[in-house]
Design a protein around this ligand. Sequence first.
Ligand code: PG9
Length: 625
Amino acid sequence: VAALLALSFPVFAQTPPMAPDIPAQFDAIIPNADYVKREVMIPMRDGVKLHTVLLIPNGAQHAPIVLTRTPYNASGRASRNVSPSVLATGAQGDETMLSEGYIRVFQDVRGKYGSEGDYVMTRPLIGPLNNTRNDQSTDAWDTIDWLVKNTPESNGKVGMIGSSYEGFTVLMALTNPHPALKVAVPMSPMVDGWRGDDWFHNGAFRMPNLSYIASQNAARGAGKQLATGVYDDYEGVLRAGSAASYAAQFGLDKLNFTKKLFEHPSYDSYWQHQALDKILAKRDLKVPTMTVVGYWDQEDIYGAYAVYAALEPKDKDNNKNYLVVGPWRHSGVNYEGSTLGALKFTGDTALEFRRDFMQPFLDQYLKDGAPVADTPPVLFYQTGVNRWQKLPQWPLACADNCAAPLKPIYLQDGFKLGFEAPKDSAGYDAYVSDPAKPVPFVPRPVRMGDRNVWQPWLVSDQRSFSDRPDVLTYVTAPLKTKVQIAGAPVVNLFASTTGTDADWVVKLIDVYPDEVPSQPELGGYQLGIGMDIFRGRYRHSLETPSPIPPNAVERYRFSLPNVNHVFLPGHRIMVQVQSSWFPLYDRNPQTYVPNIFYAKSADYQKATLKVYHNSAVELPVIEAK
Ligand code: PG9
């Protein structure tokens, strides 16, 4: 019977109960996928291999390639969802490309995630700061060379795109572009880490960098969050003292990039040699480049305009250098763009740009036989009236060589703001700035790591600060006619301090009418249009700081971020002046010390600051149309 049974029921080899249940490698099959995901290690000229993920729509033939080089995990960037649909798999910002059948490629930069080699933060170009054989430009070159030779589905034309760090890698590729690189779209690129992008603004250090460094530089993959032990970052940063003391409590002072930051508090050759606008200004402009930035870009609000300005003189035929500014937060261009904080726009402005301007621009240079796109030199969402504007150039008003000059609006007696110059330049207003009670940049409790706080903070209501005794607030009467501005306002402060160093924060604000029937919560809203900080020790030289002579009237001149705004009738123009913006920026001790990173608690002293009434914000006013 046993023999008969054995004959009629075949015996299967059984899985031993103790067979390990997790294999070395397993990926569930994605049935009916409309794309292929190909992962490759691309060799660079020094033999280091970079991990690269290609999303290839099924049936792709003669397809363009769009490449992003990232420190943020190529595998993750290439899989928004696990899905059989390439549209759902790729990033939201990539949908227009993927639906056109593009091959989308993400690569881990040298030393991050799946790529071999050493990671150096925003690795400088080969030259005075880089004595190796590789930089982000050679790695881009080698990658593009490999891709066009080894991707049979492609037509051999490559575009590069990316935001922020990824925008920096796009610009790096442009310093010596591979012939197959046909078009570039750097978005909110990190261009100059000292002047006004991620690390400093005019010498004031940005504290969120420290948690960024912990997440990026502590490990090849994702680092961990800092255990701050407090809910309110205002409290946590204040308690620590200087930025270096804050970093040291987490051991971040042991990381090389923290050391580099702390060793270079001024705009020395370390920063100047890396400033990509300066670098690109010395190269040919070969590749059509559309530089994109958010109007309220809370991370890299400086670099895009600087690059556009550096490339513009090279664009002799007016067909290679383009600027786009939308009403977005940092990288908001790649997401939904119908609102930002309390602001509502006329539709999904980010999709409008990607679909109606970016995609045709990419197609023109990447798709075989595509028509010439109708791309304006400058596409700018004009705030206040909320509409896209096609402009012939940028800016429309500026100090030199613009159609319109700057027009000063003065910080007048009685906290008025007006276009008439003061009769008496001896008048001033004073406030006490106390480093023990710095002005917060958003209402407390401050949660810098909370996206809902961080991303829209530049549009948050400035009313929370306007009546603090350490904030000077100047405002016009309600406007009878509209005031249109288009360019970078320039702060021209005449001011003194009883201390020997000081920070100056100046905010240009649109005050909404008392009542806004269509959106009641905007009644009286104080919307920051252009706001920035300047560290007083750099008033004579960004490279060589100097103490401020106590009680002497000194001039502080610096640009605010670019604006394209209409102050509407019934609105008021406001300027706020203060001397801290915490804990986004480290505190100025107000006593001159050689390196503010290492200020001691005794250095942090109250000071009385006086702002004289011949101070002004020079506005890029143009004739209102
Ligand atoms: N703003 C980020 C960053 C860029 C470059 C260096 C450091 C930080 C980013 O969003 O990538």
